[in-house]
Design a binder for this molecule. Structure first.
Ligand code: ZN
Length: 426
């Protein structure tokens, strides 16, 4: 048994903080949450004093690209270094992401299912993973590697990451099946261009028609997979929502079609805005990427405010990877800047994020019976959400009741060692 004692709890349900809480963990799960002072714990209980700190559910990023390490083509296609070096680079990102308090990540393409198995087997440390492997899109869409002049990408497809290119309506179902066969937990598709896509395929330019998207949805749901859809604006955004995708990724121009927000709320379609990535695109070396990222900025924040007011559930996602791997908690600060209150932004990265992944039975909130995925932060993230981005402030991370990172113990040991060295030198 472990007991986190004396902390202030933000439980991820949207409820306000509660002080002087003890979270009791038995094996993998939370057994009890109590505010009774002077409670007697069994002699063999491992009591961890977290007084003055805040206990949160393990954080969740619903849109990450853990195996991507840059936007330039050589990095994107993985031709700048041996595959093994790249794999180990990704393993480092997984380890650091968990140590930063992120205990679950939905990967939005690029990470193969082997990383999930390696983490589950304990070969490497990392968050719980929900993987999509690749982006399913039609000819000319963001997953197509043929240039406007017809030149094909020189790099063969990694068989661990199936080709998501759809050539026709008849092609939709086999592609979904191949992606699931390769181990996808969720289907990622794209119905519009984006900020960083080629100049002729922008944020409001469509990809896929309604028949194709309905076939994709039908096949994915028949295989019990949710669908996360990259869609920024225009016709492609409407088609995605009408086809009934499970989450809209980016959704920058949702403000232009308010009735779509009502439809999202009614159908329970999540909105994963990924503000963090556009901060990077606004500094892109490519003029068309910069221009798009600037143009969508105000629409994007307005889309968030209107979506929230319409009752659409918001889930946090960074779209990290192409722009490196900054702290995933950067998105929580972005959500606050765009109009959510800190408590709502934290819920977007915990309780709502778990619902978006369909894992709310086990994850996302600190409640009796849930898996003990927890993060303890020095300070109060409600008055300073940026604290979550500071590794020095992440005191303790638990995944399934096991300690994944313990800065409290590490610091104490460092102090003891320093004192020991001092004593010896006397
Ligand atoms: Zn993405």
């Amino acid at each position: 048994m472990k007991v986190l004692k004396g902390g202030r709890l933000i439980d991820g349900t949207g409820a306000g903080p509660v002080s002087g809480v003890a979270v009791v963990i038995r094996d993998k799960r939370i057994e009890a949450i109590t505010t009774t002072s002077g409670a007697e714990w069994p002699d063999d209980a491992d009591i961890i004093d977290v007084s003055g700190m805040t206990i949160l559910p393990g954080l969740i990023d619903c849109h990450d690209h853990l195996a991507m390490h840059g936007y330039d083509l050589a990095r994107r296609w993985g031709i700048d270094e041996p595959q093994s070096t790249r794999t180990l680079r990704t393993a480092k990102v997984l380890r650091e992401t968990l140590a930063a308090g992120y205990t679950a990540i939905r990967d939005a393409a690029g990470l193969d299912a082997g990383f999930k198995r390696a983490i589950d087997e304990g070969l490497i440390p990392g968050p719980r993973l929900v993987v999509s492997l690749c982006i399913i899109s039609p000819i000319g869409g963001i997953g197509d590697r043929v240039s406007p002049s017809g030149f094909s990408c020189c790099v063969p497809h990694d068989p661990l990451l199936p080709d998501g290119l759809v050539n026709s309506l008849a092609d939709v179902r086999p592609v979904v099946r191949r992606v699931v066969r390769a181990g996808a937990d969720v289907i990622k598709c794209a119905t519009t261009g984006g900020a960083s896509s080629r100049p002729e395929h922008g944020p409001r330019d469509g990809a896929f028609n309604l028949d194709e998207m309905q076939a994709l949805m039908d096949e994915a749901h028949a295989l019990d997979r949710r669908v996360m859809c990259h869609a920024l604006g225009g016709r492609g955004l409407r088609i995605a929502i009408e086809a009934g995708v499970d989450s809209i990724e980016h959704g920058c121009y949702l403000d232009e079609e308010p009735e779509l927000l009502d439809l999202m709320a009614r159908r329970g379609i999540f909105f994963v805005p990924t503000f963090a990535v556009y901060d990077f695109h606004r500094k892109s070396a490519l003029p068309h990427v910069r221009e798009r990222a600037h143009h969508l900025q105000e629409h994007h924040a307005e889309s968030l405010r209107r979506a929230f007011a319409a009752g659409v559930k918001i889930a946090a996602g960074t779209d990290a990877g192409g722009h490196g791997h900054p702290s995933n908690a950067m998105e929580i600060e972005c959500l606050v800047k765009a109009g959510l209150r800190p408590l709502q932004a934290l819920q977007a990265a915990t309780g709502c994020a778990a619902e978006c992944l369909g894992l709310e039975g086990d994850l996302g909130t600190v409640e009796k019976g849930k898996l003990a995925d927890l993060v303890v932060v020095a300070g109060d993230p409600l008055s300073d959400v940026a604290a979550l981005q500071n590794p020095e402030r992440i005191a303790l991370v638990l995944k399934g009741g096991e300690i994944a990172m313990d800065r409290l113990a590490n610091n104490a040991m460092a102090q003891r060692q320093a004192a020991g060295v001092h004593n010896l030198s006397q």
